[in-house]
Design a protein around this ligand. Structure first.
Ligand SMILES: Cc1cc2nc3c(=O)[nH]c(=O)nc-3n(C[C@H](O)[C@H](O)[C@H](O)COP(=O)(O)O)c2cc1C
Length: 266
C-alpha cells in the first residue's frame, strides 16, 4: 500500500516536471520529443505508466528530458533579427508582458531594479524615426536619411529599455552616467539592465518572437528623452525592435574558440 502510494506520488511529480518542461519549451524543436514522452503519461493503466516512465528515464544518449540541454539550445539559437514580418503576432502583448516580467528577474546588485521598459505607440515611433532621419540626413545627406526613415518605419515593435542612474546629477541622458568606477553602482546598474534585456530577448525567442537590440546617437539625443518622456537620470540602454522574424540569420562566426575564452586556473 505504502509502496503503491509513493509510486503514485513519484508519477505525479514526474508528470508535473514534464508538463512544466513541455510548456516552457513548447516552441523548441526538442519539444516534439518531450510531447511524445508526455503523451504516454495520460495512459489509463498506472502500471503501464510506471513502466513507460522507467523506460523514459533520461539516458546519456537521450537528451529529450534534459532541461539543461533544451535551455542551452534556446540560448544558442537566439539571433539578432534584421527583417520582421510586418504584423505582430496576435498574442504579442501577453508574450511581451511575460518577457518583461522575466526581464525584471535579472540579477541586480543592491536590489536597485534600475530598468524601465517603454513600449512605443505609432505616434511616438514616427517621431523617433523622423528624429533619427534628421540626424542621419545631417551627417550623410537627405537620401540616406530617407532610406533610414523607410527602414525604421518598417519595424513592427518598439521597446526602449532604460536604466535609472543612481547619480544625483540632474542632467538627462548619457552625460550623467559615470562608468569609471569599476565597482560603482552606475556600472552595476548598467550591467543589470543589460542582463534584463537578455532575459527579455530570450523569453521572446522562446516564444517565436525575435529582437534586434540597437543603440545609436538618436538614443542619446535630448529630443529622444523628451519624445519618450524619460525622467531625470534615466538613460537608454537599448532600443529593441521586436516581432516575428521573417528570416533568422545564421550565427555569426566566432573569432575565438572555447580555449581562447575559457581559462582554467590552478
Ligand atoms: C549593446 C548592444 C548594442 C547593439 N547595437 C546594435 C546596433 O546599433 N545595430 C545593430 O545592427 N546591431 C546591434 N547590436 C546587435 C549585435 O550587432 C549582434 O548581437 C551581433 O552582431 C551578434 O549577432 P547575434 O545577436 O545574432 O549573435 C547590438 C548588440 C548589443 C549587445
Amino acid at each position: 500500500m505504502l509502496l503503491k502510494s509513493s509510486a503514485l506520488t513519484c508519477i505525479l511529480c514526474f508528470q508535473s516536471v514534464i508538463s512544466f518542461q513541455s510548456s516552457t519549451f513548447r516552441n523548441h524543436p526538442l519539444s516534439v520529443e518531450i510531447s511524445k514522452t508526455t503523451s504516454f503519461l495520460s495512459a489509463s493503466s498506472t502500471s503501464a505508466v510506471a513502466e513507460d516512465i522507467k523506460m523514459a528515464k533520461p539516458k546519456k544518449d537521450n537528451k529529450t528530458l534534459n532541461k539543461k540541454v533544451d535551455f542551452d539550445t534556446i540560448l544558442q539559437t537566439r539571433r539578432t533579427i534584421n527583417s520582421f514580418l510586418p504584423d505582430l503576432p496576435d498574442d504579442w502583448e501577453s508574450t511581451l508582458t511575460t518577457a518583461i516580467q522575466s526581464a525584471t528577474f535579472a540579477p541586480n546588485h543592491k536590489r536597485t531594479e534600475p530598468w524601465k521598459f517603454h513600449l512605443l505607440g505609432p505616434k511616438t515611433i514616427r517621431k523617433i524615426c523622423e528624429l533619427n532621419a534628421s540626424i542621419v540626413s545631417e551627417k550623410k545627406g537627405k537620401e540616406a536619411g530617407e532610406k533610414k526613415l523607410k527602414r525604421w518605419l518598417e519595424m513592427p515593435g518598439w521597446l526602449v529599455v532604460t536604466c535609472q542612474s543612481s547619480s544625483k546629477d540632474d542632467k538627462k541622458s548619457k552625460d550623467c552616467v559615470d562608468m569609471k568606477d569599476p565597482a560603482g553602482l552606475e556600472r552595476e546598474d548598467y550591467a543589470a539592465t543589460c542582463c534584463a534585456i537578455q532575459n527579455l530577448s530570450l523569453s521572446l525567442h522562446n516564444n517565436d518572437m525575435g529582437t534586434k537590440w540597437t543603440t545609436g546617437p538618436v538614443n542619446f539625443d535630448p529630443q529622444f528623452s523628451d519624445i519618450v518622456g524619460l525622467e531625470k537620470g534615466e538613460y537608454v540602454v537599448g532600443t529593441l525592435w521586436f516581432g516575428t522574424p521573417e528570416k533568422t540569420p545564421d550565427a555569426p562566426l566566432k573569432k575565438k574558440n572555447l580555449d581562447d575564452v575559457f581559462v582554467k586556473h590552478e
